[in-house]
Design a protein around this ligand. Structure first.
Ligand code: ATP
Ligand code: MG
Length: 389
């Protein structure tokens, strides 16, 4: 019996003239990501994408896991293909869904006939297949309102497909259709979630990480790599730029008022990230800030960091509680990595009395005690790049 994956498109069907672009991007993404799992044919028809293995070597479990992480797929299901012959469809349904039906008590059959030349209409297909399944599995009863299993038969152009229920997909919009943005990624809980959320809205990602050796360790950087690998399961491959930040932090420590330490550091981060972003064709920054979470995330502090930004800054977690953020981190499998205790450059020199209501001019004056341009240039020049995935 030949098994395939049927993918249902989400929001992208609403996009009018852009639809073709969205669909093409999604198909390209699927082809690229499935390529390493075997020989799959990917094609679209009637708001469904068909993923068909071309030989027995293709791993369907891995392919299913792969499509579950692709944005733009609203729902998916494994299905078996059958010749467009009612008797063949009946036995295919009984055999293919043997385990599912064996474990169920109630079921119903739904049929969709887009090939109008097929000699049975949808109600007839339901009756025939339903009757056959009742004979084969006498413990079952039909329940049209709340069945344990919905058996769906789709008779389409090339073949018929039999499947049980659909599984919810990653949702969102295909990555790359919304442009490119640069996430400032730490080893914490929040920024990987922020990256995931913006990729879900169609943005291709690049990532910038600030490291301050020897205050921060090699292992802390590896942790960020692991986090990005989890994010990349959804967003697709991306580049990570590690910026040497020690010199800047030491300069701030030595020459600026301690109360403004964090704010000045964050302004440098934004300035450097922005420069790298512009250079790589990204049009916005992404951070994991959540309003009021810490002293550097008050309305005034955010104003101080935004004052040095010419690009829009996306903060998808701004209105979320920590619990909600953790919920997403668990779902995307970053939480367990994030809570490993490695130092971040933000926690290296923290002021005893951070200003929660800073005055922008005062912060700027403190920062301007340093030769900012030279420091930024030096940091950008010594960036290290690596491929994630
Ligand atoms: P996170 O959980 O993402 O670390 P946080 O709650 O610890 O966030 P901060 O330390 O104030 O908050 O950092 C705010 C944001 O600044 C982070 O979400 C991230 O986008 C960015 N950031 C912090 N540290 C770094 C770093 N070392 N490299 C790159 N970006 C960073
Ligand atoms: Mg942090």
């Amino acid at each position: 019996m030949k098994e395939i994956l049927l993918l249902k498109l989400g929001e992208i069907v609403l996009k009018g003239l852009n639809r073709k672009n969205f669909e093409d991007t999604l198909m390209r993404t699927l082809r690229r990501r499935l390529a390493r799992l075997g020989d799959f044919r990917v094609r679209a028809a009637q708001s469904t994408i068909y993923v068909e293995p071309q030989n027995d070597d293709a791993d369907m479990d891995e392919a299913e896991d792969c499509v579950a992480h692709v944005f733009g797929v609203a729902a998916y299901s494994r299905a078996c293909t059958a010749e467009k012959d009612l008797e063949i469809i009946k036995t295919a349904a009984a055999d293919y869904l043997a385990d599912t039906l064996g474990n169920a008590r109630t079921f119903k059959v739904e049929a969709k006939r887009s090939d109008k030349k097929f000699p049975y209409n949808s109600p007839q297909i339901c009756d025939e297949v339903g009757g056959f399944l009742l004979e084969r599995y006498p413990h079952l009863t039909v329940n049209v309102h709340e069945p344990d299993v919905i058996v769906t038969v789709e008779v389409r152009d090339f073949a018929a497909y039999v499947r049980a229920g659909l599984v919810r997909g990653a949702g969102g919009i295909p990555v790359g259709t919304g442009g490119k943005a640069c996430v400032l990624i730490s080893g914490g809980i929040d920024s990987p979630v922020a990256a995931y959320m913006m990729a879900k809205r169609g943005l291709e990602l690049m990532a910038v990480h600030f490291a301050s050796p020897p205050y921060t360790s090699e292992r802390a950087e590896e942790k960020v790599v692991e986090l990005l690998e989890r994010v990349a399961k959804f967003s697709g491959r991306l580049k990570m730029y590690t910026v040497p930040f020690t010199r800047i932090q030491e300069e701030i420590r030595d020459k600026c008022n301690e109360d403004y330490f964090t704010l000045i550091m964050r302004r440098f981060m934004m300035q450097i990230a922005q420069r790298l972003a512009a250079d790589k064709g990204a049009q916005a920054l992404i951070t994991g800030e959540s309003l009021g979470q810490v002293a550097s995330q008050t309305i005034g502090a955010i104003g101080c960091t935004d004052a040095v930004c010419t690009m829009p800054v996306f903060r998808p977690l701004l209105g979320m509680d920590k619990e909600e953020i953790i919920g997403i981190a668990r779902r995307i499998d970053t939480f367990d990595i994030s809570i490993q205790p490695y130092e971040d450059c933000c926690t290296v020199f923290t002021p005893k009395h951070p200003r929660t209501k800073p005055v922008i001019e005062k912060v700027a004056a403190e920062q301007n005690k340093l030769d900012c341009e030279a420091l930024i240039e030096e940091a950008v020049k010594n960036v290290k790049v690596r491929d994630i995935l």
